[in-house]
Design a binder for this molecule. Structure first.
Ligand SMILES: CC(C)(COP(=O)(O)OP(=O)(O)OC[C@H]1O[C@@H](n2cnc3c(N)ncnc32)[C@H](O)[C@@H]1OP(=O)(O)O)[C@@H](O)C(=O)NCCC(=O)NCCS
Length: 213
C-alpha cells in the first residue's frame, strides 16, 4: 500500500512487538494508556484554562504534530506506537536532531506500568536501533536519563551503550546520565534479522537518503 506520507508505511516487528509510525487515529489510544508517572516535556506550552490531564494530553498531541509537521532530513523526530498482541502498550521515539551532520540518533520511550521489567523496553529500543544502524546508516546512538531511572539506563546498558558524561537538568536539579553506542559495537553484538523492517525504502527520501538524492 502506498502512503501519502511515506513515514507511515514504516513497520518494525520484533518477536513480541509491532512498532508503527504514529498517525492521527492512534492518538486517542495512546492518550487512553498514558502512564500517570510519565514525565512530559517540562518546556511544553500549558494552558491555564485546562486541567492537569487535559494539559498532559495537549503536550502529547502537540508533540506528535510538531514531530511530523516540522520534519526535515536534518532534524527529525519519529514516534512509534508500540503494540503487543494488537494492544497499544507504549511509545518509542527515534530522533535525529542534526542527522545530516552527525548521523547520530537519540531515543526515548515509555511503557504502560503493567508490562515494564519484562524485556519489552529493551526490545523496542533495539528495534529502532536496527532501523537506525541499518537502512538509515547511523554512525552512533545516544541516550540520557536521570540517574534515578534505573530501567531506562538498564535498557541502554543492556544494549551496549557506554556512559559518557553527566549534566544537571536546570528545571529540577536532577543529574542526567548521558550514554553512547557506536555503530560497530552495535553491529558486533547484534544478530541480523532480529527485527523485521518493512516500508523503509519508500521513506528514505525523507531522511535525505535513497535514490534521487
Ligand atoms: C524505561 C522503560 C521503557 C524500560 O522498559 P522495561 O521494559 O521496563 O525495561 P526492560 O525490562 O527491557 O529492562 C531492560 C534492562 O534494564 C534492567 N532494568 C529494568 N528495570 C530496572 C529497574 N527498575 N532497576 C534496575 N534495572 C532495571 C533490566 O534488568 C534489563 O537488563 P538486562 O537486559 O541486562 O536484564 C520502562 O521502564 C518505562 O516505561 N518507564 C517509565 C517511563 C520512563 O521512565 N521512560 C524513560 C524516560 S528517559
Amino acid at each position: 500500500m502506498e502512503h501519502l506520507w511515506p513515514l507511515h508505511g514504516i513497520r518494525l516487528t520484533t518477536p513480541d512487538l509491532a512498532l508503527t509510525v504514529m498517525a492521527e487515529p492512534d492518538l486517542p489510544l495512546v492518550l487512553s494508556v498514558l502512564p500517570a508517572d510519565l514525565e512530559l516535556n517540562p518546556h511544553a506550552t500549558t494552558y491555564a484554562g485546562l486541567g492537569h490531564e487535559a494539559n498532559r494530553r495537549a503536550v502529547v498531541m502537540q508533540g506528535y504534530w510538531r514531530a511530523l509537521g516540522l520534519w526535515s532530513p536534518s532534524d527529525w523526530m519519529l514516534p512509534f506506537v508500540v503494540r503487543r498482541a494488537g494492544a497499544v502498550i507504549g511509545v518509542q521515539w527515534l530522533e535525529g536532531p542534526d542527522y545530516l551532520t552527525d548521523h547520530t540518533v537519540d531515543s526515548s520511550s515509555w511503557l504502560v506500568a503493567g508490562v515494564r521489567g519484562r524485556g519489552l523496553g529493551r526490545q523496542m529500543r533495539a528495534a529502532v536501533l536496527d532501523l537506525a544502524f541499518g537502512p538509515l546508516a547511523a554512525e552512533a546512538a545516544i541516550s540520557s536519563a536521570v540517574t534515578a531511572n534505573a530501567a531506562s539506563l538498564g535498557v541502554s546498558q543492556s544494549l551496549g551503550y557506554r556512559a559518557t558524561h553527566t549534566s544537571v537538568l536546570p528545571h529540577s536539579g536532577e543529574v542526567l546520565q548521558h550514554v553512547r553506542l557506536e555503530r560497530d559495537a552495535w553491529r558486533a553484538g547484534r544478530a541480523a534479522g532480529t527485527t523485521t523492517l518493512e516500508g523503509v525504502d519508500a521513506a528514505l527520501p525523507l531522511f535525505g537518503l535513497g535514490e534521487g538524492r
